[in-house]
Design a protein. Structure first.
Length: 229
């Protein structure tokens, strides 16, 4: 078996770091490239030039796995909206930029440098709340809509890349409720089972390893179940 390279975008976050740690411990991977704002080269999901530069630096390695482990649910001053009156155009656009546009631009620059004639996997963290058919509670307008947009982009990318590499798998991953700063403000919700980042990363990597090209373009939960659009 030849050398295998994994690239993690957002590798300083809770889930991103756990992905990188798990892959470092996986004997099937020769290299694990951790990219984040303070890596070399530095990467910012909102800065296309930084993503393009990072892709160039990884091109000779022809990574066969790229995971986008970034996301935005709340900030110091803003959280997911509970009602229509809380909608703020700037906050909505920030959600779209981080949760949908950023991963799409990662794909723009990283998919072309991945292995051409071998199995490859490109995955981005999505969320069950991005499913329109599964939406029974409403609210969280910007987050839900931005993740729904990401899910559509995942489908589009999968269709296009199947024409370039029939062995490609491009999917979204729902990690569940993970003990990270992103979910910290919502610890009081007893309805969701909570996982450590290490557990979530291990579960999602197990899902990725079992996927086949015909499943490309879909969204999967940490337990392998398919999330409907």
């Amino acid at each position: 078996m030849g050398e295998r390279t994994a690239v993690i975008i957002g590798a300083r976050g809770g889930i991103g770091a756990a992905f990188a740690d798990a892959l470092d411990a996986d004997v099937r991977y020769t290299r694990v490239i951790r990219l984040h704002r303070e890596s070399d080269p530095p990467v910012d999901i909102l800065n296309e030039a930084s993503l393009a530069s990072a892709a160039i630096s990884c091109a000779d390695m022809q990574p066969d796995l790229v995971i986008v482990a970034t996301g935005l649910l709340h900030s110091n001053s803003k959280g997911p909206e509970k009602s229509l009156r809380e909608l703020d155009p700037d906050w909505m656009m920030q959600n779209y930029r981080v949760n949908a546009v950023g991963p799409a631009i990662v794909a723009k620059h990283f998919l072309p440098i991945m292995a051409k004639n071998a199995p490859i996997c490109f995955a981005a963290l999505s969320a069950r709340v991005g499913s329109t058919s599964d939406n029974r509670l409403g609210g969280w307008h910007s987050y839900r809509a931005s993740k729904a947009a990401l899910n559509m982009l995942i489908r589009n990318l999968a269709i296009e890349w199947q024409r370039k590499n029939a062995q490609s798998v491009i999917v979204g991953l729902h990690p569940g409720t993970v003990e990270t700063p992103l979910s910290a403000p919502f610890k009081g919700n007893p309805a969701h089972e909570r996982f450590t980042p290490a557990r979530a990363a291990t579960d999602m990597l197990s899902v990725l390893q079992g996927l086949k090209p015909e499943q490309s373009g879909q969204i999967f939960a940490y337990d392998g179940t398919l999330i409907s659009p």
